[in-house]
Ligand binder design. Sequence first.
Ligand SMILES: [Zn+2]
Length: 316
Amino acid sequence: MTTPHPVILGLDVGGSAVKAGLVAADGEILVPHLRSARRPTTFDELVGIVRELADEMCTQRGAKRPSDLATGVGLGVPGLLDDDHGGVERSPNLPWLDGRPLRAALAEVLGVDPTHVHVENDANSAALGESWLGAGAERDDLFLLTLGTGIGGGVVLGNRLWRGRGMAGEIGHTKIHDTGPVCGCGRVGCLETFASASAAERLALAAGLPSASPGDLELLAERARAASGPERDLLEAIGEDLGRGVGAAINLFDLRTYLFGGGFAAALDVLLPGVRRGIEAASYGGRTAEIELLPAVLGPAAGWIGAARAAMLETP
Ligand SMILES: [Zn+2]
């Protein structure tokens, strides 16, 4: 595919850091994965961090200014996007982004044309990144689920994002139960309240598992892997709920490939038996044996790589 941008600067805004890198249109990574030392807590801080990361790239590449490095910029952010204004309509996790003019501010601080700056949802970015250079590189269509604080989702059809009106793929808010804890979206029964990393921590603590202090999901998975017992039972039950969400996606899109990223996806091997059961329970058609359930491979770089790819495909 031809692109007017031979090199793109990719950015990914998360709750704990901003990640960035520089990638060429042919997929060559020119500056791999930078991570800001501090986390942004205001809009102005975010813009400052972006400038610092761009300056670091300039140093690495021997460039004078960011606009010498790249003509296009892609940025992944959590939340519902406002495509008209190039910003975020509502970000439950980073509310200081709401309504702020991201595209214009990035164009100004990086010295690039605003029409060459693309703002994309973070889970969509990760899905497109995996589709381009990661676990989905050999597939044209895929659905990515990111298992973190919540559950994000992104749909890639024919190697392009299916964005809908900006919020397609929000599988984390698929209702899978009638009761449960209140979700960040204000409703009850959402997939992410049963199968995200945060949900797994909550459920492990409630089950009295000594291995499951918050942030200790690795140990939980390790024990589940080693022997049958309450840890394995819990992860299979969580997997089954996750499979109910995947089953809903199967019913809608009938895709073959489902990728799992985010921190909790490190437990995918022990979640999988449950996921398969959940899919059987929730999906129509009985062709689930052909379904691929694969770990994402780009890790925390998926977001900025995919945001850069989105800028390549979506900006003039
Ligand atoms: Zn929800």
